[in-house]
Write a protein that binds this ligand. Sequence first.
Ligand SMILES: COc1cccc(Cn2ccc3ccc(-c4cc(N)[nH]n4)cc32)c1
Length: 246
Amino acid sequence: MRLDYLTIFPDFFAPLELSLPGKAAASGLLDLGVHDLRRWAHDRHRTVDDTPYGGGAGMVMKPEPWGEAFAEVLSAGSDTGERSTIVFTTPSGERFDQRLAEELSTREHLVFACGRYEGIDQRVIDHAREIAEVREISLGDYVLNGGEVAALAVTEAVVRLLPGFMGNAASLVEESHAEGGLLEYPVYTKPRSWEGRDVPDVLLSGDHGAIARWRHAEAVRRTAERRPDLLTPSVLDDGTPIVRAV
Ligand SMILES: COc1cccc(Cn2ccc3ccc(-c4cc(N)[nH]n4)cc32)c1
């Protein structure tokens, strides 16, 4: 997989060299490219923003640098001739979740378009839809100052799913939000007693059936307490969607 990042803060992506994706890059399983968007702003001040048409506070990112950047990065990045996937992180995107992480992990080339200011001129997104697959992705219902943090989060969730990148593939299978949609059960390690708190006896019993049953029960209890929405069915038995009055 190739990952490219377009940003006015390229240093934001230095951690990618240090973390899991960095190792994967070293092993040749990942190709990373971080690009300063100002490379495609040709005026003396490398201007990437301007005032919004229609008025309003703040600045909007100009379309021209993005158009030139996409042209260069898409042609250089998809040597397989595969269409690239441009990911715009934005508060107004589809909510990122494990299912979307799994979907993106199947792509050959992801290009993260990291906006700043009050966002990117809409014509950039419209243009991108003609030259690539486009996903507009939100991390959640809160507003960040730009797209870089969201791009890093999406990157980590996607890359760890790629075959050969996780040291222990078995842990991927057990994870919450992956199978059954339950939250993670509580985990323990040595020492057996700490600050007067002991590890649950069942985990020391060697009875793998009892341990599995305890872990499932704990996952259900936690999910019911913290995320009851994950437990309620969204469709009736015959597949009819359940529409809830707000
Ligand atoms: C576009 O609408 C905006 C309105 C007010 C501020 C901003 C700031 N901003 C600029 C680019 C940008 C990219 C992503 C995000 C973002 C994503 C999530 N989940 N929260 N915040 C925020 C961004 C944007």
